[in-house]
Design a protein around this ligand. Structure first.
Ligand SMILES: [Zn+2]
Length: 165
């Protein structure tokens, strides 16, 4: 059992701190709602820093496997989580300013909280990384109505023969 970590985000970034660990998929309830089961765990690493414009940021890396529902056959499928991104830390005035400017920022900005919930942040980024409609690779579905198609696809010469005709 891992304790839910919190960081003082600005302090963390300015001092170039880092935190790494693992989180059970089951702990991320918003993510878990979208999955076929809550098995598995994800590894993460967060590194703080300050960019050349003196904006504090957090760089995030998350990896691991969770189980999405295939939107073709509705069966479970492995999904490899690969998140590698950075978020900039802003105070509320800074965020409001960004909203007003409506400029497409290169990096996402979040509120610089003194008690930033690390897992919550990771979960946000994982949710953003999920495909709109996850599907097994072509021909890998288990559904009965896919069986015919699967056979056809596994015989490339059949398609070739059709072309020659
Ligand atoms: Zn499928």
């Amino acid at each position: 059992m891992h304790a839910r970590p919190f960081i003082d985000s600005l302090d963390f970034a300015r001092n170039g701190q880092q935190i790494s660990g693992e989180v059970l998929v089951a702990e991320l309830s918003r993510l878990a709602d979208l999955l076929s089961d809550t098995e598995g765990k994800l590894s993460y690493k967060i590194l703080g820093g300050v960019d050349k414009f003196t904006i504090p940021y957090l760089s995030l890396d998350v990896s691991g496997v969770c189980h999405l529902v295939c939107q073709r056959c509705m069966q479970s499928m492995d999904f490899e989580v690969v998140v590698s991104t950075s978020v900039q830390l802003r105070d509320q005035a800074g965020l409001d300013q960004l909203d007003k400017n409506e400029v497409e920022e290169e990096f996402e900005s979040i509120l610089a909280e003194a008690q930033l919930d690390v897992w919550h942040l990771l979960e946000d980024e994982i949710l953003l990384s999920l495909p709109f409609a996850s599907k097994h690779a072509v021909g890998m579905c288990q559904a009965v109505d896919e069986a015919g198609k699967r056979q056809e696809e596994s015989h490339p010469f059949a398609a070739l023969a059709k072309l020659k005709r």
